[in-house]
Write a protein that binds this ligand. Structure first.
Ligand code: ZN
Length: 238
């Protein structure tokens, strides 16, 4: 293989490495944002469960104080019955008291239902709280890893970029101009190869006889279709 091709391949290898590192680095903010959004969502779920539990506890307290209030009313009515002389009035009063007792019984039934609800919610909350704790820890660890990776990638990009200059310096200006233009499109490799002795590795189309003749001599050529630089790998020369 001619030196010029070796030199461009060495530069290209370096540039593909740098491109890969930059692509990986560019993905990190989205990955972090996703993790943070997940964490936020799970925090909100936990909060909603806690609120639902305390709402139920509050309802229970309200029902209990409603019972106390009705009991007070019953006591007052019972005290009044002592003063009643007429039988029909007395019967009416007893009815009043009975109706209030019935009301208490209804509220007690409601309280029993709330106790069941509260127990179920408390168990659910406790389980979720534990899961959430584990999830939070694992998300924090992932975020920490991403931050570490971000730093490592930045350092590696600097180091790779620093060692690129000598590789670029040995490539002739003309070739470097074309190479750089293709590289800057950000798509594929500037220097492709001839595959199976006949097609371009970039666009996969058949190459013209003139192009193939050049590459068979070990020279650089340009694909007539996609305008990439091309070379014939040694193993295809035989
Ligand atoms: Zn091509």
């Amino acid at each position: 293989m001619k030196k010029i091709i070796e030199d461009i391949l060495a530069l290209q290898e370096k540039d593909m490495r740098i491109r890969g590192l930059k692509m990986r680095l560019a993905m990190i903010p989205t990955e972090k944002a996703k993790l943070n959004a997940t964490l936020e969502q799970e925090k909100n779920s936990l909060k909603a469960q806690r609120e639902s539990l305390s709402k139920t506890e509050m309802e229970m307290k309200q029902k209990e104080s409603a019972i106390n209030q009705v009991n007070e009313e019953i006591k007052k009515l019972q005290n009044q019955t002592v003063l009643i002389k007429k039988n029909d009035e007395y019967q009416a009063m007893l009815k009043e008291i009975e109706s209030r007792k019935g009301k208490i019984s209804d509220i007690e039934t409601e309280i029993i239902m709330l106790i069941d609800k509260k127990e179920a919610l408390a168990a659910e909350f406790k389980a979720y709280e534990k899961t959430f704790g584990d999830r939070e820890k694992s998300i924090q660890a992932e975020l920490k890893e991403l931050t570490q990776l971000e730093g490592d990638l930045k350092n590696e990009i600097i180091s790779q970029t620093n060692s690129r200059a000598p590789l670029e310096a040995v490539v002739p200006k003309d070739n470097l101009g074309l190479y750089t233009r293709i590289l800057n499109t950000g798509k594929g490799e500037p220097l492709g190869k001839v595959l199976q002795g006949i097609t371009c590795s970039n666009c996969h189309l058949k190459l013209t006889p003139q192009t193939l003749t050049l590459t068979k001599r070990g020279d650089l050529a340009i694909c007539d279709n996609c305008s990439r630089m091309l070379y014939m790998p040694d193993e295809e020369m035989k």
